[in-house]
Write a protein that binds this ligand. Structure first.
Ligand SMILES: [Fe+2]
Length: 207
């Protein structure tokens, strides 16, 4: 596995991500399209960091729906997974977050405040969660979109809301400060996410 910055891989993922957002048919993405298309100008190299989540990503490719934009985007991220900087927002100091989540979750960003393509406007990347992991209810000032690329989870959107199953291809819009959480089913979940507004590196508050 490469331990080097791979600018060409970054560019391939940026191009795939921009194209995916530009042509996605769901109107819930409309409010994000301008920010994504005009993300910024600057690139910075970020050396790869491996997490178990990147291995789960490769396994989850088999769960995508054939001949969809989601499968195509997943395929790009799977191919470039070894050159990605995989990270987590939480640590064991976050009491709401279980050990299972810390072991089997991670995300990698292609556009955002820290790069590799630097943006003050928008954040884009994918998140990976292992089977049966629970992401506890949390909220943040940023407005968020999730598109499920593979797998499924039971989402709670809003304080006290009951769980609703969402599967590959579903798009979820999370307004600023809406409490949200989700529990994976017996298969892993891969989401494409977009953030805008607020601090793009804001840490979520658990509620
Ligand atoms: Fe969120």
């Amino acid at each position: 596995m490469s331990a080097e910055v791979d600018r060409a891989a970054d560019q391939r993922l940026l191009d795939a991500t921009l194209a995916y957002v530009a042509k996605h048919p769901d109107s819930k993405l409309d409010g994000f399209r301008d920010a994504v298309a005009n993300w910024g100008h600057d690139w910075t190299g970020i050396a790869p960091v491996h997490l178990t989540a990147s291995d789960l990503l490769a396994e989850a490719l088999a769960l995508t729906k054939p001949a969809t934009g989601e499968q195509e985007l997943m395929d790009h991220y799977v191919r470039e997974r070894a050159s990605r900087y995989w990270e987590q927002s939480y640590t064991s100091a976050d009491k709401a977050v279980g050990d299972d989540m810390l072991t089997y979750y991670g995300y990698t960003e292609i556009v955002g405040k820290r790069g590799p393509f630097i943006s003050e406007r928008v954040r884009a990347g994918i998140g990976v969660f292992g089977a049966n992991v629970n992401y506890p209810a949390h909220r943040h000032a940023a407005e968020e979109i999730y598109v499920i690329l593979a797998g499924s989870a039971d989402f709670r959107l809003g304080e006290g809301a009951g769980p609703e199953r969402r599967t590959a291809g579903d798009v979820i819009n999370i307004p600023s400060m809406l409490t949200h959480g989700f529990r994976m089913t017996d298969e892993p979940l891969v989401i494409f996410y977009l953030w805008q507004g607020g601090d793009l590196r804001e840490k979520s508050s658990f509620v």
